[in-house]
Ligand binder design. Structure first.
Ligand SMILES: Cc1cc2nc3c(=O)[nH]c(=O)nc-3n(C[C@H](O)[C@H](O)[C@H](O)COP(=O)(O)OP(=O)(O)OC[C@H]3O[C@@H](n4cnc5c(N)ncnc54)[C@H](O)[C@@H]3O)c2cc1C
Length: 399
């Protein structure tokens, strides 16, 4: 989108130029199923990681809308690179700088912002997804150190990250939880790749923590209710990934509708085609405005769970509709590998499920309009009445 009178425009135009190589490599990266190392280098050199942080952390202290526009610029270039980079330089840095101790964690934060290290946020487990009450990974004190046991799964950057922010139980604090900042380079950790439909170049997989060591200063106690504060940074960036994917799909569809001739005129003359693409235009802009609103508040320190709860379902499901309409307009071209719409059509649904399924976030909106909660927290490990064994789904109901 063009913003000719905007003082931030030169910064964003410069970012777009610096990310041009990433855009050129997006198709090859998808085909190879991995990110070329130069993508990460170019992200770091572009100044993108600094854009989300205050001057005290070496950041540029940009306003939320400019941050959102910078995110969309990278997501337009390559959604897989965007996911991988933003998970580390936005979500993980916010987690560590908000919940950690700046004296202890300044070096870690600095190494993530300047690209010496990559981080992942490990929450979900192999048999547990949307409901944190079902997570079993535990951090315990053993002698003079702490150890982490468990398995995290479907984690962005799992196979490439140097450090993980692991969300885990902390029995030492009763029913408590914590973030543990775990060095993934140690022997007691192994990671594995999980093949995936879309965002194929994004590293994604599992992390097995088998008595992994973690320093006491890197175990930060946390109340379960505060998990969503951090997840909301994820919901915002995932929504922006969806908006970028929808915009790219619309571009392809408009170009095709203007150039493909059928029944003696360009496809774009057909009312059904016009209506589909005009509807996509409206929905992208509505999602983008909501994203700007969320980003503006979040950058000023407000959590706005209600706004993010509206944004993620709307933006991510909108992108699935937008890419599906693009497929309709392009016809068979868009169903062949190598066509950009084929890739966007696979990328879009990843955002619906990633970082908590969009369905689940409608709870936040329902609460905001005064409806009683449907969600009942329960603790899988304390017995749920479902007769399931969390250690392997081997209980009566699981056999
Ligand atoms: C692209 C991508 C990136 C990801 N990156 C990470 C990561 O970096 N770190 C990490 O820890 N995890 C990550 N995940 C995992 C992701 O967070 C989970 O897949 C997600 O939380 C849903 O869990 P699940 O897949 O087990 O589905 P389930 O929890 O089994 O849910 C299945 C379906 O049930 C419905 N549902 C569940 N709960 C509710 C509810 N309360 N209200 C209404 N409907 C509901 C939804 O339709 C949902 O899709 C990623 C996933 C994807 C796709």
């Amino acid at each position: 989108m063009n913003h000719p009178h905007d003082l931030r425009q030169p910064l964003l135009t410069d970012l777009e130029m610096r990310l041009a190589g990433i855009a050129d490599r997006a198709r090859a990266a998808d085909e190879a199923g991995e990110l070329p190392p130069e993508n990460w280098r170019e992200v770091v050199d572009s100044g993108y990681p600094q854009m989300f942080h205050p001057v005290t952390l070496g950041g540029l202290a940009l306003d939320g809308v400019t941050q959102a526009r910078a995110m969309e610029t990278l997501a337009r270039a390559c959604p897989s690179t965007f996911w991988s980079a933003t998970m580390s330089v936005l979500v993980c840095v916010k987690l560590i700088s908000t919940h950690g101790n700046l004296d202890d964690h300044r070096d870690l934060i600095g190494s993530l912002i300047d690209g010496r290290r990559l981080a992942c946020f490990a929450v979900v487990e192999r048999t547990s997804g949307s409901d944190p009450g079902t997570y079993a990974t535990t951090v315990r004190r053993r002698g003079d150190h702490w150890v982490v046991d468990g398995e995290k799964s479907r984690v962005t950057n799992a196979t490439s990250a140097d450090v993980a922010v692991v969300f885990a139980r902390l029995p030492e604090h009763g029913d408590g939880w914590c973030y543990a900042f775990v060095d993934l380079g140690q022997e007691r950790v192994h990671t594995y790749d999980i093949p995936h439909l879309g965002l194929r170049a994004m590293p994604w997989g599992g992390i097995v923590l088998d008595g992994a060591h973690v320093h006491a200063r890197d175990v930060v106690p946390l109340r379960l209710e505060r998990l969503s504060d951090a997840m909301a940074w994820g919901w915002l960036f995932i929504s922006i990934a969806a908006i970028a994917i929808a915009e790219s799909a619309l571009d392809c569809a408009v170009r095709h509708a203007r150039s493909q001739v059928a029944f003696g005129r360009a496809l774009g003359h057909m009312e059904a085609v016009q209506s589909a693409l005009a509807q996509t235009r409206v929905e992208i802009d509505a999602a983008r405005l909501l994203a700007y609103r969320c980003a503006w508040h979040r950058a000023q320190g407000r959590l706005v769970p209600d706004l993010v709860g509206m944004l993620k379902p709307y933006a991510t499901e909108m992108a699935v509709r937008a890419t599906s309409r693009a497929v309709q307009v392009l016809g068979a071209h868009s169903l062949t590998p190598g066509n950009p719409v084929e890739r966007l059509y696979r990328d879009a649904p990843m955002n619906v499920i990633g970082g908590f399924a969009s369905n689940r976030l409608r709870d936040l909106v329902a609460g905001q309009i005064g409806l009683p909660p449907t969600y009942q927290p329960f603790d899988w490990l304390d017995g749920t009445g479902l007769d399931l064994d969390p250690r392997g789904l081997t209980g009566a109901a699981g056999t």
